[in-house]
Design a binder for this molecule. Structure first.
Ligand code: ADP
Length: 243
């Protein structure tokens, strides 16, 4: 579904991604792990054009694009089939949970208000928040806000969802509800790339894992190999710190 080759990104003089390759098949859950500052968030943002990569090639469902020179039109075309879940939810604070989901359906996807509301309520139910439709973000816990953000992401029926450390802003007791939601999406076969610090969760949900360090891929392997028999000593040492 998605192949990227040679992704490079620098901020000023500092190279942050130094030639990253990645392959994602339909139904894969690829977890991206690595030390803080290794470039995980930047990689994810480059894949969805929230950052402009300096080099690299992206093949999305059979079409190849140059990341450094992709047109605005192609960016918008790809973004219609992807969704991004942010660390800090990025909800509209002056809209209710339901409106946060229906607004993009109406403005960007041509839904009628009635159809959008029907879909919005079904999505809220899917993330366990059917009783929160009329609440504003300030009336919801962080975990509930993130689940609204996930429901909004699902609204566009994306082919792939990118999660950027979806629980990093949450207290431990709120983290589990979000992880459970992502697990249920994995069980339904949703294709996802998840940047996470939650190693136990990563191991439980991943089909593939990528270890990034200082902007380079140290190891990219199927989950069983990666977590049980990593080939690289650096991967082993990193995983050991969580065990
Ligand atoms: P990770 O997600 O692995 O913690 P990031 O991708 O957030 O790492 O950051 C990688 C490096 O890029 C860090 O050194 C960070 O300070 C730097 N960086 C990230 N975003 C920016 C930015 N917008 N401007 C300048 N430097 C940035």
């Amino acid at each position: 579904m998605l192949t990227v080759r040679g992704v490079e990104k620098r901020f000023g003089d500092e190279p942050v991604l130094k030639g990253v390759d990645l392959e994602v098949a339909k139904g894969d859950v690829v977890v991206v792990i690595g030390p803080s500052g290794s470039g995980k968030t930047t990689l994810l943002r480059c894949l969805n054009f929230l950052e402009h990569a300096d080099a690299g090639e992206l093949n999305f469902e059979g079409e190849t694009f140059n990341l450094a020179s992709i047109s605005r039109k192609d960016v918008l075309r790809i973004r219609r089939r992807t969704a991004f879940v942010f660390q800090n939810y990025n909800l509209f604070l002056n809209k209710t949970a339901l409106e946060n989901i229906t607004e993009p359906l109406i403005t960007a996807r041509g839904f009628s208000k009635k159809d959008a509301e029907e879909k919005g309520r079904a999505l809220l139910e899917r993330v366990g928040l059917s009783d929160r439709a009329d609440n504003y973000p300030s009336e919801l816990s962080g975990g509930q806000q993130q689940r609204v953000a996930i429901a909004r992401a699902l609204g566009g029926s994306p082919d792939i969802i990118y999660f950027d450390e979806p629980t990093s802003a949450l207290d431990p007791e709120l983290t589990e509800s979000v992880l459970a939601t992502i697990r249920s999406l994995a069980a339904e076969g949703m294709t996802m790339i998840v940047v996470t610090h939650e190693i136990g969760f990563a191991e439980s949900v991943a089909t593939k894992a990528l270890f990034l360090e200082a902007g380079r891929v140290v190891e990219f392997a199927d989950a069983d190999t990666f977590f049980r028999h990593p080939k690289e000593a650096r991967t082993r040492a990193f995983l050991e710190t969580f065990r």
